[in-house]
Ligand binder design. Structure first.
Ligand SMILES: *[C@@H]1O[C@H](CO)[C@@H](O)[C@H](O)[C@H]1NC(C)=O
Ligand SMILES: *[C@@H]1O[C@H](CO)[C@@H](O)[C@H](O)[C@H]1NC(C)=O
Ligand SMILES: *[C@@H]1O[C@H](CO)[C@@H](O)[C@H](O)[C@H]1NC(C)=O
Ligand SMILES: *[C@@H]1O[C@H](CO)[C@@H](O)[C@H](O)[C@H]1NC(C)=O
Ligand SMILES: *[C@@H]1O[C@H](CO)[C@@H](O)[C@H](O)[C@H]1NC(C)=O
Ligand SMILES: *[C@@H]1O[C@H](CO)[C@@H](O)[C@H](O)[C@H]1NC(C)=O
Length: 512
């Protein structure tokens, strides 16, 4: 950082590497100029400049005369410079301009008479409150239009009718209360109107959006999923709205829809999602679902139903989901989890069951599990039969349960276990618990052990590292060490396969 600053100072003192580079600017080449802390667009920008980048400046007003020399300009970026107005026709004669970005300024309207060569226009974080049809006149090549975080309150088809090539339209973070259709944007693929004030999307809105693939209305006040969504849709986001029901019948023409995001709504039940045959991701977190959805799409790979009110998980719920890889059921009220409920999910690698009411580890979980999170339940013990098939398990989280003792056999049956969270349990620090510690250390498992709750004289000691308990159990551990020694001699191959596993890539559980 200091070096960079010194470099910039040096550049501004020496007027850059190129003899014609204006003060406070650096010219990487005769074609690219970057300037900081200016009070006006400098004169003397080389006329060969293709890219001009200005940021953190104070340039209240842009005028036509500022650009008359810049005959080759393709990209103009003016960032965080307090710009309030642009003189009429300022950019009109820049016939090679492709990208115009005027981010984080104080513009109240779209600059007038933009050149027809324009492909990218980004006006995010300004104070633009209305769009006029004439703002985009002739912009037949425009592909990207971004107006995030402005003050727009409505959107009507006329405003955008010139934009025949538009592929991406971003209108997040405005005050849009109403939209009208049909929006005639035949090439549009991405549209986002997150965090606006929409209550209703008229059915006609989508009739001329035949290429739309990614659509987001997250963060509005919608009470239903819009009808007439384009068939081309691949991803639909409706998070943080006021949905109470989802009528999948109205969506069954969306044959390629693969991602559907419905988190943070007021859904109380889901039925009929199997009509979306190609759905692979379904997110339903933070609703009021009391039951798992009936009839889920069979291609589902990720299902997130965390933060709901689910009480039971049964064999019937998951019998068709053979492709499921990630299942999030954390923060529900699951107290009943039928044995083998997920047995048909023969690809499942990630199961989140933390913050529920389980009294024991569910039986017959899929052998493919790599991560199992059971933090914050009411589990009292770990039995061998619960874990014995989980040969792929790498991360096991049992933090904040009611476990006081460890079954050594249960842990020995987990050859790939790399990370084990056991803290927040009321450990009874007997010498046999210390033996478990030695076994885990030998396997190379990284263990968060936590503290002893009993016996009284060991309370508060950390059982994975306490020298005191170690000393007290010395005799006990030496005995088991010997028996291990003989085992090693008789079964050398077991030992070497254990070592090989230690070289697996370290997986940091805390990442997500
Ligand atoms: C650029 O515009 C400013 C007003 O923002 C003006 O004072 C300055 O003279 C102009 N520079 C050139 C080179 O036209
Ligand atoms: C700038 O253009 C707008 C719209 O085209 C027009 O209403 C306004 O009068 C123009 N301003 C000047 C100073 O010419
Ligand atoms: C769905 O995807 C397939 C394969 O990519 C494609 O051929 C088909 O046209 C798509 N259907 C629609 C309605 O876009
Ligand atoms: C979606 O499913 C239909 C059949 O249900 C299939 O014809 C189509 O190719 C699928 N599209 C994709 C992208 O998988
Ligand atoms: C659990 O879910 C409730 C309701 O959705 C939510 O308010 C709460 O923050 C969640 N708690 C955690 C720990 O995620
Ligand atoms: C701890 O384990 C010992 C030996 O098994 C047992 O006698 C004792 O009652 C246990 N203490 C608690 C608090 O569970």
């Amino acid at each position: 950082m200091h070096l960079l600053y010194a470099f910039l100072v040096l550049l501004s003192v020496s007027d850059g590497f190129y003899p014609t580079c204006p003060g406070r600017c650096s010219c990487d080449s005769v074609q690219s100029v970057q300037c900081y802390r200016l009070t006006e667009v400098p004169s003397g920008i080389p006329s060969t400049t293709k890219k001009l980048y200005i940021s953190h400046s104070k340039i209240q007003h842009l005028q036509l005369s500022n650009f008359t020399q810049m005959l080759a300009l393709e990209d103009f970026i003016l960032l965080a410079s307090g710009t309030e107005s642009v003189e009429n026709d300022t950019f009109k004669s820049l016939s090679t301009l492709k990208t115009l970005e005027l981010w984080k300024n104080k513009l109240r309207r779209v600059p007038s008479a933009l050149p027809t060569s324009l492909e990218v226009l980004k006006l995010n974080d300004n104070l633009i409150y209305v769009l006029h049809r004439s703002d985009f006149e002739g912009l037949k090549k425009l592909k990207t239009l971004e107006l995030k975080n402005n003050l727009l309150s409505s959107l009507s088809p006329g405003m955008l009718s010139f934009l025949a090539s538009l592929q991406s339209l971003m209108l997040d973070g405005n005050n849009i209360e109403s939209v009208a259709g049909p929006l005639a944007l035949p090439q549009l693929k991405f549209m986002s109107m997150e965090n606006n004030k929409l209550h209703l999307i008229p059915a006609s809105f989508f009739t001329s959006l035949q290429s739309l693939q990614f659509l987001s209305f997250s963060g509005n006040f919608l009470t239903r999923i819009p009808i007439n969504l384009p068939k081309s849709l691949l991803s639909l986001k409706m998070e943080r709205n006021q949905l109470k029901v989802v009528r999948f019948r109205d969506m069954k023409h969306l044959e390629n829809l693969s991602h559907l995001y419905l988190s943070e709504n007021s859904l109380t039940s889901i039925d009929g999602a199997q009509l979306l045959a190609n759905l692979t991701t379904l997110e339903l977190s933070q609703n009021q679902l009391q039951m798992l959805p009936l009839r889920l799409p069979v291609r589902l790979q990720k299902l997130d139903i965390s933060n709901n009110l689910i009480q039971r998980v049964t064999v019937q719920d998951f019998q068709d989901l053979r492709d499921l890889k990630h299942l999030f059921l954390d923060n529900n009220t699951v107290s009943l989890f039928e044995a083998g409920a997920l047995q048909k999910c023969s690809q499942l690698s990630n199961l989140a069951l933390e913050q529920n009411l389980l009294l024991s580890i569910p039986l017959r979980l899929p052998r493919t599990l790599a991560r199992l999170d059971l933090k914050g339940n009411a589990i009292r013990d770990i039995a061998e039969r619960e874990l014995k098939d989980l040969k792929q398990l790498q991360v096991l989280n049992l933090r904040n349960n009611k476990i006081s003792a460890l079954d050594l056999k249960a842990l020995e049956g987990l050859p790939r276990l790399r990370l084990l969270y056991l803290d927040g349990n009321p450990w009874n620090c007997t010498c046999s618990l210390l033996r478990a510690r030695e076994v885990l250390k030998a396997k190379g498992t990284d263990v968060r052990g936590g503290q002893c709750a009993a016996p009284a004289e060991r309370q508060g000691e950390s059982w994975m590292s306490s020298k005191k308990i170690m000393r007290q159990c010395e005799h006990h551990l030496r005995l088991t060490e010997k028996s291990k020694e003989t085992k090693k001699k008789t079964k050398p191959e077991e030992h070497s396969s254990m070592r090989a596993n230690i070289d697996d890539d370290y997986y940091d559980y805390e990442i997500d």
